[in-house]
Design a protein around this ligand. Sequence first.
Ligand SMILES: N[C@@H](CCC(=O)N[C@@H](CS)C(=O)NCC(=O)O)C(=O)O
Length: 251
Amino acid sequence: MVKLYVITGSHACRTAMLALEHKAIPYEIVTLPTGLHPLAARALGFPGNRVPIRSVEGRTHAGLAVMDRMGTVPALRYGDQRIQTNREIIAFLERLQPDPPLFPSDPQRRQAVEEAARWGDETLQMAARRTVMSAAGLSLDALYQRGARGRLGALLARSAPARLALNAFASRTAFKADPGRSAELLAELPALLDRVDGWLADGTLGGEAPNAADLVIAPSLALLDYRLDLREELRSRPSYALLERFLPEPV
Ligand SMILES: N[C@@H](CCC(=O)N[C@@H](CS)C(=O)NCC(=O)O)C(=O)O
């Protein structure tokens, strides 16, 4: 039986969930307390990352590197095997159950999907996190349903005070996403969304069979969609179809 350790509302964790669902592998979700989750994952025997895996503004700074070393979720346990990071989890699931695949068999198309998945993981995932955090730092009113529910569920925490406090702490420390950076982050967004739209147009994303890049990128779009002032822009783009396909808004 697969156990997947997550935190509530995590776009990163949703990628692993979508991958497990794509493979039709039954799994149990264990929701760790946000903020304590790296410690909890350590206590559960996950090793953390020996080298930094995330960067902000093109570089890994000390605070983020420490958090990466502690370890991130999603974290997957299968028997005595423990796997962290989506990239590793996706590779593991491909080995565990090759069918249905998460990558196209044609080598050129596979390369394109790998590149889009890597960009989604390294660039878009952090950009979406920072863009939404910077808005929530001013007020939860900037978020759909104040971040209490939506495509990814409750962001960071179920209680609003905890959500505010976690957002304030994380946005001002590791993620450098205080409200003062909101305009700068917003200015970077159209180029990121153009890239997703381009991959949809050339068939790297959004094909008949879901692939790893679809499952990495769609949750980041879902997180962006919590930010109310982005909803019109998102809905005007081809990438919105990807979002609706993989993460429809719960009724
Ligand atoms: N790119 C990695 C990173 C995942 C990631 O950043 N996870 C966050 C939750 S959304 C986390 O565990 N953060 C812990 C921390 O920052 O201390 C992946 O997709 O697996």
